[in-house]
Design a protein around this ligand. Structure first.
Ligand code: GLY
Length: 348
């Protein structure tokens, strides 16, 4: 059974103390199923595809990328790849990061335009360059050289959503006037929790305990052009350590960039936390560091959401969100299903 405390229980049980506490040791009872695929809530089909490929002998990285390709290529998913919501100027800019545990290699692209599947480009960055991250025009030229077809990523549906925002809500953007950290009524009139940070995370552990992960997104809707979130940044939106486990994230990327959150989740697991505990601890770390008044509600809670997904080398999995309810996708034995995760606060 998964441990699912409310915030009070979480603080009382002292799990937060494990952030700096002595190393704990996972027991054999902590082993989960292997192979296993863990994904964000929008990843049921991705997890099924990844598992299908692993069962046919695919490497974990090829498997998770093929999984998220389903969502990247889906014009009806407005948060990832083709059909994703555009930036402030109406241009779709994609971010993605991949990590291959057995070789501890990774590749990433940020603010990539015109390519449907940034996760595939990220894999080619990993395999065919001596770099880990390419951005913008350079990332596009790299993709062109490697034969990726260029397409207009802006579907009519996404264009109309952008036009509505542009015509009606143009004061609800990410630009801030001069202000102090303690100023509350500053910036966007739209509650941050209502901005679309949609993303897909997919992590896999094979029967031998080898691990890979991918995160891919069109990022924050209507963002300032050139804005890069956590998804293409190692340690922020994704981290894999083949000896420990992997973590991925969805939600407000700025919070993960400022807290190296996915790296923290893996380090918490290294120190003995279960995947769910580790995800919850990363949520708490964000809350503890969220000191800017405009990002806090009347009770000091974040006015934004972040979710984490994690899997250990042994195959144990878990997830947690700052705001519940939280659920994530898991595939074991070919069956994808949603599992409940933990949360710090429940939306009213
Ligand atoms: N987590 C996705 C983003 O902030 O872009």
């Amino acid at each position: 059974m998964q441990w699912r405390p409310d915030r009070r229980t979480f603080l009382k049980t002292g799990v937060a103390g494990a952030l700096l506490g002595p190393r704990m040791h996972a027991s054999a009872a902590d082993a989960g199923p292997r192979p296993v695929v863990v994904s964000s809530g929008n990843g049921l089909a991705a997890a099924a595809k990844a598992m299908e490929l692993m069962e046919q002998g695919s490497d974990t990285l090829d498997a998770v990328i093929a999984g998220v390709n389903i969502v990247e290529n889906d014009p009806n998913d407005m948060s990832v790849g083709y059909g994703g919501l555009p930036n402030e100027d109406g241009v779709v800019e994609l971010d993605s990061c991949v990590m291959h545990g057995p070789t501890h290699r990774g590749g990433a692209v940020a603010a990539l335009r015109n390519i449907k599947t940034p996760s595939n480009v990220a894999q080619v960055v990993m395999e065919r360059s001596d770099h880990a991250l390419l951005v913008g025009e350079g990332a596009l030229r790299f993709a062109q050289v490697h034969g990726f077809p260029e397409v207009d990523l802006l579907t009519d549906r996404a264009r109309q959503a952008w036009l509505r925002w542009r015509e009606n809500l143009s004061t609800s953007d990410d630009r801030l006037p001069p202000h102090a950290p303690e100023d509350r009524d500053v910036g966007s009139a739209t509650p941050l929790s209502e901005r679309d940070y949609g993303t897909i995370s997919c992590l896999a552990v094979d029967s031998a305990g080898d691990i890979s992960g991918v995160t891919t997104t069109s990022g924050l809707s209507f963002k300032i052009p050139g804005r890069v979130g956590d998804s293409p940044i190692f340690g922020a939106g994704l981290y894999v350590d083949n000896e420990v486990g992997a973590a991925g994230s969805t939600g407000r990327g700025e919070a993960n960039l400022l807290n190296c959150s996915s790296f923290a989740v893996v380090e918490f697991m290294r120190n003995g936390a279960s995947p769910e505990e580790a995800c919850l601890m990363a949520c708490q770390r964000i809350v503890d560091h969220n000191k800017v008044a405009r990002l806090r509600d009347d009770e000091g809670r974040p006015r934004f959401g972040v979710s984490f997904y994690a899997v250990s080398k042994a195959g144990q999995h878990g997830g947690a969100s700052i705001w519940g309810p939280m659920r994530y996708a898991v595939n074991v034995g070919g069956e994808s299903a949603h599992h409940d995760g933990a949360h710090l606060y429940m939306r009213g």
